[in-house]
Design a binder for this molecule. Structure first.
Ligand code: PMP
Length: 362
């Protein structure tokens, strides 16, 4: 009924993806703004991806390959899972839309922990579903036991954001396997692995491994983070063909544009770029955490390209003061953590500049 949908819409928090660089420049009359708020790669795209994008522009008058044939083939080689097991779309955000639109009907429940990525809640409510939010454990890790307890016969999806945004934590591998084994058959486990490439434990099992073992897992991946292509908008889901099929039906035919597809194909092979990002990210994370501690803040090493920091003060106010100086960070008050902020790891020069300014305003 009309009133049901009106109530659903009322529950929607406006999704605010943080201030843009352009907006901030205009509002504060700044020439230079550095964003350490959206977990982008600070290193620019891979030079190979830039070349591929330039070349692809020539064919801009033609629709892109709707089925993303080359990209799915390359993904097939990368993961060792058949090209028929992927759906590619306009960023992982779009994959979350497709996934929830495919599987969630009014009244269905979607279980996940909080704080986490806001899109699970928004899309569930838009489809008329019910969000079942379970707190993370004291160390900000997804509490899989509590998620299992929250499952009912109405549960459709159980989403584990691994590593989790905004906390940067990962779930214990044995606990995840146990969770997947104990999940009732009517619930589809979804692993949002937007940051999984930053997990450096050699043997840590990813969604891809679980899928190969036959678990009915849907893994969500993106080219926005490690691969440095956030502006191009390429994300994908990988799962059994049976689980992927509904997403292909819902997907708009040209969801991934031709420049984005070409960039992603080239980026997969640029091991030099990937190695550089991983190495710099780790080195800068260590330096940033040391610096954050020396300023009296609480911060732990993470499995991502951002840090969840307890700033021991109103982080929204601090973020606002930083904005005026040309730095964007993400205060965590909307997640219910008014003293925390999520700070993306920048280049050495950006981070140095950031701390100089931060120390001035503290
Ligand atoms: N999932 C998580 C956990 C994320 O943090 C993000 C990006 N902020 C996304 C999905 C969406 O990524 P994309 O840029 O591919 O839409």
């Amino acid at each position: 009924s009309k009133s049901f949908w009106r109530e659903q819409v009322k529950k929607l928090d406006a999704y605010i993806p943080g201030k843009s660089i352009e907006e901030t420049k205009k509002e504060y009359h700044l020439h230079k703004v550095i964003r350490l708020a959206s977990n982008e790669s600070p290193f620019g795209p891979s030079p190979k991806a830039i070349e591929a994008m330039k070349k692809e522009i020539q064919d801009g008058h033609l629709y892109p390959d709707s089925t993303c044939t080359t990209l799915r083939e390359r993904l097939g080689e990368l993961h060792g899972i058949d090209p028929g097991s992927y759906v590619v779309a306009n960023g992982a955000d779009n994959i979350i839309n497709l996934l929830i639109a495919s599987y969630v009907n009014p009244g269905d429940e979607v279980v996940y922990c909080t704080p986490t990525f806001s899109e699970y809640s928004k899309n569930t409510l838009l489809m008329g579903g019910t969000t079942v939010e379970v707190p993370t454990s004291d160390d900000f890790v997804f509490d899989l036991e509590m998620m299992l307890e929250a499952i009912t016969e109405k549960t459709k999806l159980a989403i584990v954001c691994n590593p989790n945004n905004p906390t940067g934590t990962i779930v214990d591998e044995d606990k995840l396997r146990d969770f997947l084994n104990r999940l009732p058959g009517h619930v589809i486990p979804v692993l949002d692995e937007a940051y999984i490439e930053f997990v450096t434990h050699e043997s840590y099992a990813t969604g891809v491994e679980y899928i190969k073992e036959g678990f009915p897992v849907i893994s969500i991946r993106t080219f926005s983070k490690l691969y440095g292509l956030a502006g191009m908008r390429v994300g994908y889901a990988v799962a059994s063909e049976e689980l992927i099929e509904p997403l292909l039906t819902v997907r708009e035919p040209f969801a991934c544009n031709r420049i984005a597809q070409a960039a992603a194909v080239a980026a997969i092979d640029d091991y030099e770029y990937i190695g550089k990002v991983l190495c710099e990210n780790r080195r800068e994370m260590t330096k940033m955490i040391e610096k954050l501690h020396s300023l009296g803040f609480e911060a732990e090493p993470t499995h991502t390209n951002f840090i969840f920091v307890n700033m021991k003060q109103d982080s929204s106010r601090l973020a606002n003061n930083l904005l005026k100086k040309g730095f964007i960070i993400r205060p965590c008050a909307p997640w219910g953590y008014p003293e925390h902020a999520r700070i993306s790891i920048g280049t050495a020069a950006q981070n140095e500049h950031f701390f100089t300014v931060l120390e001035q305003i503290l």
